[in-house]
Write a protein that binds this ligand. Structure first.
Ligand SMILES: [Zn+2]
Length: 131
């Protein structure tokens, strides 16, 4: 469940596609990390990821976790953004069976779920077929 403190803590990456790039070797991390797993570097610079890319893996969710039953069936995938960074997200606005590896997509900021009875809305990026 995505709670408001988590949303606030993750705001840069969740709302602005902000990653960090290792100052020593150039590897990009999303979400940002404190230590580079390639060179053990600890200095990073913020970078904004591209909002376009292609599907590199996908699966159809027919038995969703609590809170996502109104979406079922839906497609979850791994999208490789221009620049090479991969992110996991829902692939929306498309029949799940039509999502294929290589499908060009654009990221859009959408409502993900409502947090139980409190009605707090959680937002994140979803990939939609490029138009
Ligand atoms: Zn590095």
């Amino acid at each position: 469940m995505i709670t408001p403190p988590v949303v606030r803590r993750n705001t840069p990456q969740r709302y602005r596609l902000e990653a960090n790039k290792c100052a020593k070797c150039g590897k990009v991390f999303f979400p940002p990390r404190l230590v580079c797993d390639a060179c053990r570097g600890r200095k990073f610079a913020p970078v904004t990821l591209a909002d376009t890319g292609k599907v590199v893996a996908c699966t159809v969710i027919r038995t969703p976790p609590t809170g996502f039953s109104d979406l079922s069936p839906y497609c979850m995938g791994i999208v490789e953004l221009k620049g090479g960074t991969r992110i996991q997200c829902q692939i929306a606005d498309c029949e799940p069976e039509r999502v294929k590896i290589g499908l060009p997509v654009t990221l859009e900021f959408r409502r993900v779920q409502e947090d139980g009875e409190s009605g707090v809305l959680a937002y994140a990026y979803k990939a939609v077929p490029a138009r």
